[in-house]
Design a protein. Structure first.
Lengths: 111, 114
């Protein structure tokens, strides 16, 4: 069964600094990979997804992620953090009819 | 923009009572899901539903849980005899196709079992 590991339950960066949120996956088939963001007291919003094709995918709000099969990774990056990026971020993997989430990484952005 | 709608936003129930959480998926979607998130913890998959039957379920989805699509628009999660540990945020999601399309999530129902 597929699974996701997010390294670092809490990441803190300064405004304008690089954001790097790590995600490693395990899957018995070519995975479909997703990053979701959750703002306080809200549902999950899709940031970006990888299905097939280009391994560098761009999402909303300036985020991007690169699928690296050799490293079984799908890390999320953003060149310059903004205060509004403060939220919980979840990496997810899908093999079939379900989607399995990582434990989440809380991003804090300091002024 | 189409969205997934969940009601109620907050449900308080006594231990042992039955609860039904309701969801209206996006109208042309075919795949429906329930997830839960215990406070401060990860989002956990409960069940997926396609073509009027369960397509996959997790170990969490035991006999006290059931899902139903009673009509063409609603998708419900029933918990027969709630326990304290069922207290969580429950998210409904839907997608247009399997796997390769994003799942759209509702805003969640916060279930509190007292």
């Amino acid at each position: 069964a597929q699974s996701v590991t997010q390294l670092g339950s809490h990441v803190s960066v300064s405004e304008g600094a690089l954001v790097l949120l790590r995600c490693n996956y395990s899957s018995s088939v070519p995975p479909y990979l997703f990053w979701y963001v959750q703002y306080p007291n809200q549902g999950l919003q899709l940031l970006l997804k990888y299905t097939t094709g280009a391994t560098l995918v761009k999402g909303i709000n300036g985020f991007e992620a690169e699928f690296k099969k050799s490293e079984t990774s799908f890390h999320l990056t953003k060149p310059s953090a903004h205060m509004s990026d403060a939220a919980e971020y979840f990496c997810a993997v899908s093999e079939a009819y379900d989607m399995r989430f990582g434990a989440g990484t809380r991003l804090t952005v300091k002024p | 923009e189409p969205e997934v709608t969940q009601t109620p936003s907050h449900q308080v129930t006594q231990m042992g009572q039955e609860v039904i959480l309701r969801c209206v998926p996006i109208s042309n979607h075919l795949y429906f899901y329930w997830y839960r998130q215990i406070l401060g913890q990860k989002v956990e998959f409960l069940v997926s539903f396609y073509n009027n039957e369960i397509s996959e379920k997790s170990e969490i989805f035991d006999d006290q849980f059931s899902v139903e699509r009673p009509d063409g628009s609603n998708f419900t999660l029933k918990i027969r005899s709630t326990k304290l540990e069922d207290s969580a945020m429950y998210f409904c999601a839907s997608s247009g196709q399997a796997r390769n399309t994003e799942a759209f999530f509702g805003q969640g129902t916060r279930l509190t079992v007292v």
